[in-house]
Ligand binder design. Sequence first.
Ligand code: TYD
Length: 147
Amino acid sequence: MRVVAEPEIGMNVTTKPHLIEFQRIRDPRGALTPIEAEKDVPFPVRRIYFIYDVSDGAARAGHSHKALEQVLIAVSGSFHVHLDDGLTRQSFRLSRPNVGLYIPRMFWRDIDDFSGGAVCLALASDHYHESDYFRDYDAFLHAKGLR
Ligand code: TYD
């Protein structure tokens, strides 16, 4: 696991969003990217899901997780991920299948500007629990002590 963009030197990277560059094993047949839980991503992967067939102009996500950690990967095409901790907002364009965006708990995320044929693969630290979501931005801010 190689951290590509670590926002602040000396910060614990598992508490900050950051890009992770995975291996890309190339040979004449093409490329392969392996991802091993707790080695290439900093948590045990308990669930994967992927978003595809995205309608033109559609936005996904629009929520925060209370405890879940995730890594998002553009395994095909590209899209924007906007992250917001209640105070600052940062955006990433994901477009390489061997680069993942680590998202810690308690970050509001919006995903938009999908290219045609984009596929967003999500690696998640836990099973699906609707109770782990903030789907209301004000409730999210309130939980962070910012409202
Ligand atoms: P939603 O959280 O709105 O998707 P996104 O984050 O991509 O915008 O989820 C869409 C629907 O899928 C919603 O009914 C919940 C359901 N869902 C599951 O059943 N399991 C899952 O792992 C996920 C991520 C969503």
